[in-house]
Design a protein around this ligand. Structure first.
Ligand code: HEC
Length: 339
């Protein structure tokens, strides 16, 4: 038994070594790179049987979601939160066992690598699943797992890992230099900043959101910009957004409350954790809420809206968000400063 684990360890270590060398186009998967940190497969024309296969995938995803309705049930089954120290609008709970299985080529629809929990005012809600595949497989093998006419596989590219001790704000949007959405996306500046550069991290990933009704949302790479993917460049990501034309509550009708001067840098993180899922990255491209960037909202007005979202419009969809006074001041400073 012990030898078995040692062997597995060697295989995984070996794979880890092979990954950076083999990925660059080795498998020749047709893809787009029009975002600095993301590579996505290109939609292919439908082949016969794709529809039935897509339906079977959704059935499997729903089956899995029913098994793990809560974070506690997921944790009992060995799923662990990715990035345990950061609170994200969409949390990935990942199974090491299922990740290895997929990496080694055994693809099982009932064994998704991650469960996706959305942060809502009532806590974390199971919303989708994520399947993964090794970087070494080719187009036909990706298509065999999930039809390329239906789903979009993606992987994270040009990743600059922050050196130890880097503050979280420097690893997160909107101002971070490092990480999944950092401003650094090439090797030389990454090294100059003390980071460690990888052309590709992790393998291919595919998100499925079976509770959505619109197919472009069911197979969207990104749910509502929640995973910090900057800028949408794929039909699935553009989805069907509620079109807001300006602020629903005109600023001359939005009262202001007294609020301390806040720290906009800290506020950026509060925003990413509490507001971004609706208002979008930097308050710019919200799927479910108006654009806040450049709207000229005063810090006191932001604070008032967060504390009393239904005071002006009783049918407002904005929830009361439980943040303390310090966080309120910080997020108000951040939003007021968005250009
Ligand atoms: C669940 C979605 C959701 C979340 C989360 C959310 N908002 Fe909103 N927000 C809305 C909606 C919807 C509106 C539009 C207002 C309306 O319909 O009354 C809005 C409006 C606003 C407005 C402008 C009001 C106006 O029209 O003049 C501000 C400012 C605002 N939100 C700030 C925030 C901040 C700051 C956070 C995080 C602390 C946040 N929101 C989190 C949905 C959300």
């Amino acid at each position: 038994m012990k030898r078995f684990w040692v062997a597995i360890g060697c295989v995984l270590f070996g794979l880890a070594l092979i990954v950076p060398a083999r990925v660059r186009g080795a498998a020749g998967v047709p893809s787009t790179h029009d975002e600095p940190h993301m590579e996505m497969t290109i939609r292919l024309p439908a082949q016969s049987g794709d529809r039935e296969r897509a339906a079977a995938i959704l059935d499997a995803a729903r089956r899995v979601m029913a098994l793990y309705p809560t974070v506690e049930s997921a944790e009992r089954a060995g799923f662990k939160k990715f990035a345990p120290n950061v609170k994200l609008p969409m949390e990935h709970y990942t199974s090491g066992a299922y990740a290895r299985e997929s990496w080694l080529g055994r693809f099982d629809l009932d064994h998704p690598t991650s469960l996706l929990f959305k942060r809502t005012p009532d806590g974390l809600k199971i919303t989708g699943v994520m399947y993964t595949a090794s970087n070494k497989i080719d187009e036909a093998q990706l298509n065999e797992r999930i039809p390329l006419s239906v789903g979009t596989w993606h992987r994270h590219i040009n990743y600059c890992a922050a050196p130890a001790g880097t503050p979280l704000a420097d690893q997160m949007p909107p101002n971070g230099r490092f990480g999944f959405a950092g401003s650094i996306a090439t090797a030389v500046p990454c090294a100059a900043a003390g980071g460690k550069f990888s052309p590709v991290i992790f393998g291919w990933m595919l998100h499925v959101w079976p509770n959505e009704t619109d197919p472009s949302k069911i197979w969207a790479v990104d749910m509502d910009g929640d995973m910090h993917h900057r800028g949408a460049s794929n039909a699935g990501m553009l989805g069907n957004r509620v079109a807001y034309n300006g602020l629903p509550i005109p600023l001359d009708r939005l009262p202001s409350q007294k609020i301390d001067a806040g720290d906009a840098t800290r506020g950026a993180l509060i925003f990413a954790q509490n507001c971004q899922s609706c208002h979008g990255i930097d308050g710019r491209n919200g799927p479910d809420a108006p654009v806040l960037a450049g709207a000229g909202i005063a810090p006191g007005q932001v604070a008032y809206m967060v504390r009393h979202p239904q005071a002006i419009d009783s049918s407002s969809d904005m929830p009361v968000i439980p943040i303390d006074e310090r966080e309120l001041a910080d997020v108000a400073a951040f939003v007021a400063g968005l250009r």
